[in-house]
Design a protein around this ligand. Structure first.
Ligand SMILES: Nc1nc(=O)c2c([nH]1)NC[C@@H]1CN(c3ccc(C(=O)N[C@@H](CCC(=O)O)C(=O)O)cc3)CN21
Ligand SMILES: O=c1ccn([C@H]2C[C@H](O)[C@@H](COP(=O)(O)O)O2)c(=O)[nH]1
Length: 277
């Protein structure tokens, strides 16, 4: 995970102090890209202990189309608690947009001089897997969580905004555009989550895993994470663990928590930090 350490160092050295929505204050650097060749190992940060459990459950929850934190809570995952309402709802966030992106289809009917449209929902994940199978040379393999019409209804507008898959040389590559990145708390989760997604997609479509490319808009370190970042940067990254999918799964929606094993993860101790809400 040298790339992640380099990214933290770049924010510290080239970033600019700024205010932000949460009132915490950050050092921010705009526009960066890191590449993680997934064949070299699973990109799980080793210089602090990460809960892969939370990461796996969160991804399965996105893929199921759920936007209520009930499933996460039942599985001991608390990372979304601060943003949910009393009923546990987050509004039309990732799960909704990935699986049921709202769209309007024109009809040839009218009501007086008003044109009538039919409401439909686009399952971007099913469509993506289908497109990988039928047009593997496509440059249009895109999933968007950013839906301007729904943003006002969301507890938090999507940070991981849009991602693209590309099949090249028998390998499945995945690039994420993340508009806003909490480099200390969120980013280690985001890297592992999208690397896991690339493994899952490669598994169900029969490709080798290629690179995970992480493109970031606003890369920031919160002012109450500076000490933690120094502690982490003083540690030396260890060899990466390996991810094994232990069952032959044919649908992207059939994965279960127990299908994933991480071998050889030997992290340094966890580093606690407050999350900016
Ligand atoms: N400011 C901020 N940063 C984020 O990373 C973030 C948000 N807000 N809002 C929505 C989600 C929630 N995410 C979170 C929230 C908390 C942790 C966190 O506290 N991580 C701890 C412990 C995690 C655990 O319980 O497993 C860590 O040490 O990594 C991580 C990601 C990522 N996102
Ligand atoms: O997956 C995630 C989700 C959220 N974040 C961080 C990035 C920012 O620190 C906040 C969101 O605040 P905005 O004002 O909406 O940008 O959450 C993350 O890093 N990863």
């Amino acid at each position: 995970m040298k790339q992640y350490h380099e990214a933290l160092k770049q924010v510290l050295s080239d970033g600019v102090q700024t205010t932000d929505r949460t009132g915490t204050g950050t050092i921010a650097f705009f526009g960066m890209q890191c590449r993680y060749p997934l064949a070299e190992g699973f990109p799980l940060v080793t210089t602090k202990k990460l809960h892969l459990r939370s990461i796996i459950h969160e991804l399965l929850w996105f893929l199921s189309g759920d936007t209520n934190i009930r499933y996460l809570k039942e599985n001991g995952v608390s990372i979304w608690d601060e943003w949910a309402d009393e009923a546990g709802d987050l509004g039309p966030v990732y799960g909704k947009q990935w699986r049921r992106f709202p769209a309007l289809e024109p009809t040839d009917q009218t009501d007086g001089d008003i044109a009538l449209f039919r409401a439909r929902e686009i399952d971007q994940i099913s469509d993506l897997v289908e497109m990988i199978r039928t047009s593997p040379d496509s440059r249009r393999l895109i999933v968007s969580a950013w839906n301007p019409g729904d943003v006002p209804e969301m507890a938090l507008p999507p940070c991981h905004t849009l991602w693209q898959v590309r099949i090249l040389g028998g390998k499945l590559h995945l690039q994420l555009y993340q508009r806003s990145a909490d480099m200390f708390l969120g980013v280690p989760f985001n890297i592992a989550s999208y690397a896991l997604l690339a493994h899952m997609l490669a598994h169900v479509t029969g490709y080798e895993v290629g690179d995970f490319v992480h493109s970031i808009g606003d890369a920031h370190i919160y002012s109450n994470h500076f000490e933690q970042v120094q502690t982490q940067l003083a540690r030396t990254p260890k060899p990466l663990p390996q991810l094994r999918i232990t069952r032959d799964v044919s649908s992207i929606f059939d994965f279960q928590f127990d299908d994933f094993k991480v071998i050889g993860y030997d992290p340094d101790p966890a580093i606690r930090a407050p999350v900016a809400v």
